[in-house]
Ligand binder design. Sequence first.
Ligand code: ADP
Length: 259
Amino acid sequence: MAQRIEVKDLNIFYGSFRAVADVSMHIAPRSVTALIGPSGCGKSTFLRTLNRMHEVIPGARVEGTVEVDGTDLYGADVDPVAVRRQVGMVFQRPNPFPTMSIAENVLAGVRLNNRRISKTDAADLVEQSLTHANLWTEVKDRLDRPGSSLSGGQQQRLCIARAIAVKPQVLLMDEPCSALDPISTLAIEDLIAELKDDYTIVIVTHNMQQAARVSEKTAFFNVEGTGKPGRLIEMDDTRTMFSSPSQKATEDYISGRFG
Ligand code: ADP
């Protein structure tokens, strides 16, 4: 599985408002790409077009193409539900189903997809996904407790376990650490480093140090003002972006001069 993402001439709309303009981007398989930029530049909007979550908002639409391994996600015969299975997502606030047990939370996505699995297969999948999310040893003796009984950092790892249980190819993360304490943040960052051996990861972050720590490539988005669309200003190796970006706006942003 290659999991290469190729975005071409993407324009993203909320009704008549063009929120993001003319993005073309290549994302290599099994890599971590950080999306950075000031608030309102369209990072989350762009991220949500990579698994067709954007269009669940009434009036929201895109023009252009997003290809995963050569297949356009917006092709006429493509089922958005199948896309969301292939491209998983983790949100800003950990959102486990509060009354569901830890084990059932892991299986929730699989059950939504109507996949019937035997009890043993389910137990194996729960262990495998929680192990992969670095949570197994902490919860293996209380799998039937509610998801809400975990700490915030554990809940976020539970959400990652739920996302990877459906075996997606790509994992999108929208500021996955912004509601977490520093220790949980480091745990998630370590996890991202491990997961990239298997998944292509795209992460939105407001935290420059985090972008520098976890990603190989960084894409800087910017917006000229309200009512104007956000644009991709530049994308390069993270090290280059943080040491010698080619655009002045990037340098101003990463050095904290605005945003
Ligand atoms: P960022 O993630 O970089 O902070 P967003 O993607 O949230 O930026 O927002 C980009 C632009 O799209 C902003 O102008 C924002 O107001 C607008 N926007 C975001 N969500 C919606 C929505 N549901 N309806 C209309 N406009 C939206």
